[in-house]
Design a protein around this ligand. Structure first.
Ligand SMILES: C[S@@+](CC[C@H](N)C(=O)[O-])C[C@H]1O[C@@H](n2cnc3c(N)ncnc32)[C@H](O)[C@@H]1O
Length: 286
């Protein structure tokens, strides 16, 4: 059993319970004819099974290309993945760069699942996980050459403490890599923001906050078209799954989970790309 950090907001736990199932991931791979006894990290992330950043794997590839311009992590260096979820982005990073990754997440179930997946793909020696709050990181000053935080800062209310912590654990000259959807969030996101905590500053506010923590903005790259394309694919997949369940005796909780997933996808599709609502990659240097 993985150790608990501070008590998480119950809405966060319930929101991410829908997105944390080892059985579902292994079942999907088996259906696709993949030998689940011989999995590689790529089997997971290239199918978007463990990347829960907005835009999933295609956005990870763009982040890696952008980082090539500013200094990618080198083999053996340590990278911290804050709000790592079930760990897809971190394992992608280990695979691509040969670096070592430490993932932290507030929710023990997410960390347990990330650990189980790292073991399954034979990466447990290069990527480790622990339960921790992004605003109180259990690491010393300057321990990491990069800190990644993909679509997780939006759930953190205390942004000043968050950025102070991210900056503190970065070595001088190290890079902060964020993927985020700045605010203000539109009305069409109202049901999502009731289901989970969302605190989305505007992009200028976000930049001021990280500069206040001693970080210097290097670039912001819009990823909205890629994220929309990924949500279109997700919508098609959820509609197909719904059609396949039609007329079948399916547990009510499975139907409800599918309905919640469909609603969330539609909310993002309604919101993104309209009235300046966007998401993107932000890179800053300490
Ligand atoms: C959208 S998911 C992204 C997961 C992962 N970064 C990825 O891209 O696959 C957001 C994650 O942030 C985590 N999270 C939210 N608040 C957090 C906090 N205060 N400290 C650490 N993790 C947090 C959630 O539990 C969730 O796993």
């Amino acid at each position: 059993m993985v150790k608990t950090a501070a008590d998480p907001d119950p809405r966060l736990s319930s929101f991410y319970a829908d997105l944390t199932s080892l059985e579902l991931i292994l079942g999907t791979l088996a259906q696709e004819g993949v030998d689940t006894a011989r999995l590689s990290a790529r089997d997971l992330y290239s199918r978007n099974l463990d990347c829960q950043n907005l835009g999933a794997f295609p956005v990870l590839e763009v982040i890696a290309r952008v980082l090539d311009e500013y200094g990618p992590a080198k083999p053996g260096e340590r990278v911290l993945d804050v709000g790592c979820g079930i760990g897809g982005p971190g394992r992608f990073l280990v695979d691509r760069q040969g670096c070592r990754v430490v993932g932290v997440d507030l929710l023990p179930l997410r960390v347990e699942t990330a650990q189980a997946l790292a073991q399954k793909v034979g990466m447990a020696d290069r990527v480790t996980y622990r339960v921790a709050d992004a605003t109180a990181l259990p690491f010393g000053d300057g321990e990491f050459s990069q800190v990644w935080m993909l679509d997780a800062s939006i759930h953190v209310r205390e942004k000043a403490r968050l950025f102070d912590e991210l900056a503190r654990v970065l070595r001088a000259g190290g890079l902060l890599v964020l993927h985020d959807m700045p605010g203000p969030l539109p009305r069409s996101m109202a049901s999502a923001t009731r289901r989970a905590p969302y605190y989305a500053p505007t992009l200028p506010q976000l930049i001021r906050q990280l500069e206040h923590a001693g970080l210097r903005l290097l670039t912001w790259r819009d990823t909205t078209p890629l994220v929309l394309a990924d949500f279109e694919q997700k919508r098609a997949a959820v509609d197909k799954a719904g059609a396949e369940l039609e007329g079948k005796a399916v547990p009510e909780q499975v139907r409800r989970r599918l309905a919640r997933g469909r609603k969330l996808i539609h909310d993002y599709l309604d919101a993104l790309g309209r009235d300046g609502v966007a998401c993107g990659i932000l890179i800053a240097r300490r």
